[in-house]
Ligand binder design. Sequence first.
Ligand code: G6P
Length: 605
Amino acid sequence: MCGIIGILGRHEVAPVILEALRRLEYRGYDSAGIATLHEGLLERRRAVGKLHNLSDLLVTAPLRGRAGIGHTRWATHGAATVGNAHPHRAGRAAVVHNGIIENFRALRAELTALGKGFESDTDTETIVHLIDMHLSQGLDPRAAAAATLARLEGAFALCLLFEGEENLLIAARRGSPLAVGHGDGEAFVGSDAIALAPLTEQITYLEEGDWAVLTREGAEIFDATGAPVSRGQVRIERGAAQVDKSGYRHFMAKEIAEQPALLGAVLEAYRVGSSQGLALPAEISFAGCERLVLVACGTAHYACHVAKYWFEQIARLPVEIEIASEFRYRDPVLPERGMAIFVSQSGETADTLAALRYAKGKVARVISVVNVPTSSIARESEVALPIHAGVEVGVASTKAFTCQLAVLLILALRAAADRGHLSPEAMMARLAELRGVPALMAEALLLEDQLAILSSEIAAAQDVLFLGRGQMYPLALEGALKLKEISYIHAEGYAAGELKHGPIALIDGEVPVIVLAPRDALYDKTMSNMQEVMARNGLVLLFSDAEGCADAEGIWRSLALPTVAPWLAPLVYALPVQLLAYHAALARGTDVDQPRNLAKSVTVE
Ligand code: G6P
């Protein structure tokens, strides 16, 4: 989703802003732009599509100056056109913005009535017209910004640049994350630490409602009431932004391949290998917990869906799984003696964050499972459990999924022990099995060449179905999501038993049906559903273990995965499912790491 950068530098800033925008590319965008001040005058360049279009434009029409702002835009209000790209400008002010100004229609009508001419279809443009109006009324930039912020409703982050003010940036955060970077005679604003990491080692995360006035001499921060506040600085590694593909063709390929090692690291971090017991904060206790609510979006939601089975089967704890965007608007009845867990890779997903805020005070404990420990969701939850996946760049989540699963499984085991459903011996046996998973994942990755062939065979399909029972059902949902996200093939995941209640109507000789069926207690049932597909000429591709594949006759294609204890199968089966989508996308020539229309971090509702 939109990325923001602002720099008061000592040298020319346009190339530095462009580099920062490259680091923000992973968030997803469809246009980009930069504005700078040169000899006091504001100039901007904007381009649709990938950043090379903007950098090409800067070659023919360079931007000079030591102060500037930049933006990658993920279109919400108004198509991806040059006119809608940021920075937006009115009079002396320019702005880059992430989020939505919810009252923009009323503001636009008011400003239009005052004679302001709008150049774009965006909500953002209202911000600079308000600023311009206040500046024309004689307010200085700081007062104009304060007056403007007071008029804005919605969730947003923004950064303002003013003509004639070579030593001033004003930044504000309400709902969307924003950080201020401190330099020696320099100052920075960025959407995240990755944007700022090579520029500075000291950053301050703005808190909800904060706004900041930056000069090269330092930053003054004010809270929502306008009172000056002191916010701590955190140190970031300059190398934090050095995420590279390490020789892989795509970040997604690298992130898939990292999973065995990362899973080992997660297990280590939570001391799954030690006899001292799991390393979880003291606040995590499931004794007396009457119900668990798991809330997330996208792939993280499917991780919750898998985890529901663990919490219910191993810990006998009732679980509700919730899509974050639906959660609070339903006015759900929450268990006073329950626990709510919010799962998010980025820790910034607007719906998940809003759901967390809704649940606070209504349940006994609010926990998050996050990849970015400095994120809003991590900071606003009572306990934040890191998944240790490292920076995930591919828009389609892969390694975060399996690391989320690992942390949720560790919590389920703790819940089982706390609730008296797992003796110390049984716990040790479970942990020993869990420690075997990274090796099984590594074995599963060896199937990549076979998966590449299978993917090329499904790449021409218009529709693909994924079927599974038990924990393979949410994995079928995740498999379908992965495939549609990056290859743009229409795909649906179904509980295998549900097939005959509708989706079977889609089956013909053209529709590949991926059946996820380890040899477990539900295998025979899934095989029956598979037969129903085959009886209608469906092209079945079975993912099972060697025994499961041997028992299934007459199928179109099969892939023998490592044999794994049924309760751990989701962690292993996730990898071939991801690789299938990856190779299908390669076969179709799509943009694997930045698929069209998608954003990595969804900071709007
Ligand atoms: C976006 C991403 C998905 C991700 C979802 C939830 O849609 O493209 O990969 O699963 O957001 O994101 P979160 O950061 O909250 O896990």
